[in-house]
Ligand binder design. Sequence first.
Ligand code: OAD
Length: 254
Amino acid sequence: MTFAETANISADLVARLRGARRVVALTGAGISAESGIPTFRDAMTGLWARFRPEELATPEAYMRDPKLVWEWYAWRRARVEQAEPNPGHRALVELEARVPDFLLVTQNVDGLHARAGSRRIAELHGNIMRTKCFDCDRVAGELEQWGDAVPPSCRHCGGMLRPDVVWFGEMLPAEALGEAMRASTISDVFLSVGTSTVVEPAASLPFYALRGGAVVIEVNPDPTPLTPHASFSLRGPAATVLPELVAAVFPEGR
Ligand code: OAD
C-alpha cells in the first residue's frame, strides 16, 4: 500500500485539486515542525520553558520588561536562522507553480515559505526576521546594523525597536488579512496545513472557503475543529503528505 492510499489521497481529491483554478493554502506552526521549529502548542524549551507565549508575546509584556521579550525573540530568531525549509514548504512552492491562481496564507513568522521559494504570501502574523519601532511603527533595517543596546533604538524617533510580529491582542495587518479573506471566499480548493484552527481570524478562513463552495483539504497528524467540516482530512505530517499530494496531482512533474 502506497502512502497515498494510507493518507487516503483519493482519486476524487486528486481530480478536484488538478482541476482547481483558484487555490488557497493556509499554514500554521505544524508545517515548520519538521524544520525543527517547535509549534505553539509544544512546550517551550530550555531557559524559556518557564514562560508561555501568551506571557511574552504581548505589548504589555514588552512595556513591562522590553529586555526579556527582546531576548526571547532573539532566541527564536537564532532557531529560525538555523532552520531550513522542509519538503512540505517545497511542495507548496511546486503547487504555486502549477495552479493558475495560488495564494499562500501563513500564520507563521519564521519566513521559511519565502526561503523555500513561495512568491505570493500573505503573512497574517508578521515576520520575526523583520523589526519595527514600537513608537513610530517604521520597519527597521537589518539586525547587524544596530549597536549593542537591548532593545535597540529607532533611528528615526529614538523609540524602542520590537519584532515585526502580531502580538496577542493586536490587530493583524489589514492588507494581508483582507487578501486572505477575499481569496478564501472565491477559492475552488482550500488547503489547511499544520494549524490547530483555534486562533481567530485565521481559523475562520476555511469556513469562508466552505461557504463559497470550495473543497477543503486538511493536512494534520491530529484532528482539529475543522476536521468534521473538511471535505478531505489527510492524517499525517506535512513534510510527507504534501509532497505525496502534489506528486499524485501532478505526476508528470514540472
Ligand atoms: P499550534 O501550535 O496551535 O498548532 C500546530 C498544529 O500543527 C497542531 O494542530 C498540530 O497537530 C499540527 N502539527 C504538528 N506537527 C505537524 C506536522 N509535522 N505536520 C502538520 N501538522 C503538524 O500552531 P498554530 O495553529 O499555527 O498566533 O497557532 C496559530 C497561532 O496561535 C499562532 O500563529 C500564534 C498562536 O497564538 C500569534 O502569535 C498571533
